[in-house]
Design a protein. Structure first.
Lengths: 328, 167
């Protein structure tokens, strides 16, 4: 590991101007970035510890019923917040599946949303892969049981976050601070898949920082769930996961509008608008549930070793909707 | 003051010393996701005279949990092009966690085997590892009516087997 400078952030403006400098990285809990430095897959000249920015570690209620969660809140703090427990149970469910209690105690919301993939070619400094400015993706014709089946681009790695699919299903926005001021965008639009022309996983520019996540108040008749499938029962990233949020109609079993977001299957949190269309203004019958799960995976193009992810993700969508159909 | 000294004599050269045992597993399999949950595990081992029941049952439990990793989660992944091991770390090479371990009932037979040595006790470190994967595979086969001939039995192997069975 190369030597680097270590700075403690004291105020946001200074932090943003430092972040604009090349070779500068910011971290909250450091559970991802420090591991990358140790594995020798990332280099930095200057590291900024954000923990001093106390304003970004708050959770506040909006007048409209929604919540603002500071990006430096730890996952544990978020899952213990009483309003979050009541209003956004699927977020609490997702946090309970993340890593281990030790990691949830230091890992932050912002870091979770911006974490890098767990692909073993990316995480190994011996493979100069596309995400690491190399010539090619090694997973595409290598060992790829844990890689993408949907929306595959130049990099076959999946987005590893558990919180991102849930927050997209809850219609969350992120507030991004930059030197030229703040902007708020849908969380869904934060992500992009690495393509021919770029190797980033988010649209963040150098010198920009996520400061808050805004979740609107839940719509009438809202029901939500997060299900995650892992190779063992704790401390593992998703083989596939699904976040569903339904907004109800008048009838018990009628869905006015549903959001279905898959995790662990694509380079970005994968919102399936095809499945959402099938579900809109329908009763949650067995037939509707099966058709929705089929639509969610209709575009799947698996690799050599990950064909199982297609029935797995379908099974999760089906199971999530079955549970929700019984839960009102 | 009374002093005494003793030692366990070596195993005999003319005979094999074996620990005998039997293990039983009950599993639940979720067909939608291929998830296997071990709900019950019984391990009975005859390791001769029992000297310390607590350490003996701990040995059995440890061995069984190792066997569960063998059966369900542990696999070395080698990149076929370079020969590099891709999961040489405890993130990608998955040993079982406490959540993967079922309630384990262990029974000891406690029958001194004086042909083995003067103490009549025999080893029990490895024996509980050995039958675990076979018992898990048999239980999964009993649940799904599909035989698995490779371990670990993963989500991938179960979902692939189930989709072939349907066709």
């Amino acid at each position: 590991m190369r030597a680097f400078e270590h700075w403690k952030a004291s105020d946001l403006a200074t932090t943003l101007s430092l972040l604009k400098e090349p070779g500068t990285e910011a971290y909250g809990g450091g559970t991802d970035l420090l591991g990358e430095l140790k594995r020798g897959i990332r280099e930095t000249q200057r590291l900024i510890n954000l923990k001093g920015l106390g304003d970004l570690a708050r959770i506040s209620t909006e007048k409209t019923g929604g919540l603002r969660i500071g990006s430096l809140c730890t996952l544990e703090e978020i899952s213990l917040h009483s309003q979050i427990k009541n209003q956004y149970p699927s977020l609490v469910q997702a946090i309970a599946t993340v890593a281990t209690p030790q990691l949830r105690n230091i890992g932050t919301l912002g870091g979770n949303l911006c974490q890098h993939p767990r692909c073993w070619y990316f995480r190994n400094r011996l493979f100069p892969c596309w995400l690491k400015e190399g010539q090619k993706c090694f997973a595409i014709d290598g060992e790829n049981p844990y890689h993408s089946i949907l929306g595959r681009g130049m990099c076959q790695a999946v987005h590893p976050s558990d919180l991102a699919p849930v927050l997209v299903s809850l219609d969350a926005k992120v507030r991004i601070a930059g030197q030229r001021g703040d902007r708020e965008i849908p969380l869904e639009d934060l992500y992009r898949k690495p393509g021919m022309d770029q190797r980033q996983m988010t649209i963040l520019h150098p010198g920009e920082l996520i400061t808050e996540v805004l979740i609107p108040g839940p719509p009438a008749g809202s029901r939500a769930i997060y299900l995650k499938s892992t190779e063992r029962k704790a401390w593992a990233f998703a083989l596939a996961s699904v976040a569903v949020r339904l907004a109800g109609g008048d009838d018990n079993n009628e869905v006015k509008e549903g959001r279905i977001v898959l995790g662990g299957v694509a380079p970005v949190p994968w919102r399936s608008k095809e499945a959402e269309q099938v579900l809109a203004n329908r009763k949650l019958t067995e037939d509707a549930i099966i058709k929705t799960s089929e639509a969610a995976l209709a575009e799947a193009r698996p690799l050599r070793d990950n064909k199982y992810k297609v029935p797995l993700a379908k099974g999760l969508v089906r199971k999530a909707l079955e549970i929700l159909s019984r839960s009102k | 003051m009374i002093m005494g000294r003793g030692a366990r004599s070596p195993n005999p050269e003319a005979a094999h010393v074996n620990t005998f045992g039997a293990q039983f597993v009950e599993v639940e399999v979720e067909p939608a996701t291929g998830e296997v949950t071990i709900t019950k595990l019984v391990a009975v081992h005859d390791s001769g005279r029992v000297i310390n029941p607590l350490t003996l049952s701990s040995q059995i439990e440890g061995g069984v949990i190792q066997g569960i990793g063998h059966a369900l989660t542990e696999k070395r992944i080698v990149d076929r092009k370079t020969g590099l091991v891709l999961n040489a770390n405890l993130e990608d090479y998955r040993v079982p966690t406490i959540r993967d371990a079922p309630g384990i009932t262990s029974q000891m037979v406690d029958r001194p085997d004086l042909r083995a040595n003067n103490l009549g006790s025999k080893g029990v470190g490895e024996p509980p590892i050995i039958p675990t994967a076979a018992a898990v595979a048999n239980a999964v086969a009993d649940a799904l009516h599909v035989r698995f001939k490779e371990i670990p039995i993963t989500r991938a192997s179960i979902l692939e087997a189930l989709s072939t069975k349907k066709e």
